[in-house]
Write a protein that binds this ligand. Structure first.
Ligand SMILES: [Zn+2]
Length: 294
């Protein structure tokens, strides 16, 4: 280690005291750097600053509150205040408890939701929940038809522009329905509750033929969209769910802000509450867009 005090050739301050050790180091560095080296360091720092600011994070989850949309047969989200305010100890304290069905709001469908013996929430490999995403915009067709089912053609048209879906991609469909949240009638076709309301559901989903084509011809890690279900509202057999679940492919439902993502080049992190044995659960899903994206 160099002797900073000595090599910096320091003089005593006016009052006779000597500079601090840190000041000595600063002076030593200053004397040994040329003008060009200074410029190089500044440019490096600027580049790092730009790099740090180039990444943009997008929140793809709706908040959970008393208007959060759940399936008509499920109870909604409940938050009870346990404590809120100043304590006798002289400090503020806040704590709540909540109750929620697994499948409501922005949530994960674990494969076991529709396929016996397949992964429950805690068993899903993280490699299926974190990774590169592709976003296919089907909103023009879906907003015109609440019974729209995403077709193989939709994927092929997207691939003709953006290239073949990469292996292990997280595939997300933007139907445009997130704009209706939390208006149940617009978002899912009915604001009625209970078993009778299920027949009144109208919202877009993924056609079972499309799900089968993705399984046979592509290798996706996970799939998601901005409606209440992978199957469209009028389904009776939940075939899309069943096909994907059998292949251990998790689903993300009631996702939002997909219109803010580029078709390719975002990284998604989709981490649900780790409910052991869970068939699904509340999901915090976010995306990072990198600067050099198209
Ligand atoms: Zn679900």
């Amino acid at each position: 280690m160099p002797n900073f005090h000595k090599s910096a050739n320091l003089r005593a301050n006016k009052d006779g005291s000597h500079p601090t050790f840190t000041a000595s180091i600063r002076l030593w560095i200053r004397r040994r750097l040329t003008h060009l080296q200074h410029i190089a360091i500044i440019l490096c720092l600027m580049a790092l600053h730009i790099e740090a600011n180039a990444q943009q994070w997008i929140d793809l989850s709706h908040s959970f509150d008393n208007v959060t949309i759940y399936w008509p047969t499920a109870e909604g989200f409940e938050l009870d205040i346990v404590a809120q305010g100043q304590t006798k100890g002289g400090y503020y304290y806040s704590a709540n408890k909540f109750m929620s069905s697994e499948h409501g709001g922005t949530h994960l469908d674990a494969p076991i939701h529709f396929a016996e013996g397949k992964h429950s929430v805690e068993q899903i490999p993280l490699s299926r929940l974190i990774g590169a995403a592709s976003v296919i915009d089907v909103s023009t067709k879906a907003l015109r038809n609440p019974d729209y089912q995403i077709t193989i053609r939709d994927i092929k048209d997207w691939e003709a522009i953006h290239g073949k879906l990469a292996d292990d991609i997280i595939l997300l469909f933007n139907t445009g329905y997130a704009r209706y949240w939390p208006d149940r009638k617009k978002y899912m076709g009915t604001d009625k509750r209970g078993k009778e309301a299920v027949a009144l559901l109208h919202f877009p989903g993924i056609h079972p033929e499309t799900a089968q084509w993705l399984i046979t011809h592509r290798k996706i890690a996970a799939i998601g969209l901005d409606t209440p279900s992978l199957d469209y509202g009028q389904t009776k057999r939940f075939l899309t769910h069943r096909l994907l679940a059998k292949e251990q492919i998790p689903g993300f439902e009631n996702v939002t802000n997909l219109d803010k993502l580029p078709p390719t080049g975002s990284q998604v992190i989709a981490l649900p509450m780790k409910i052991k044995g869970g068939s699904g659960g509340p999901l915090r899903i976010v995306a990072r867009i990198d600067a050099d994206m198209p």
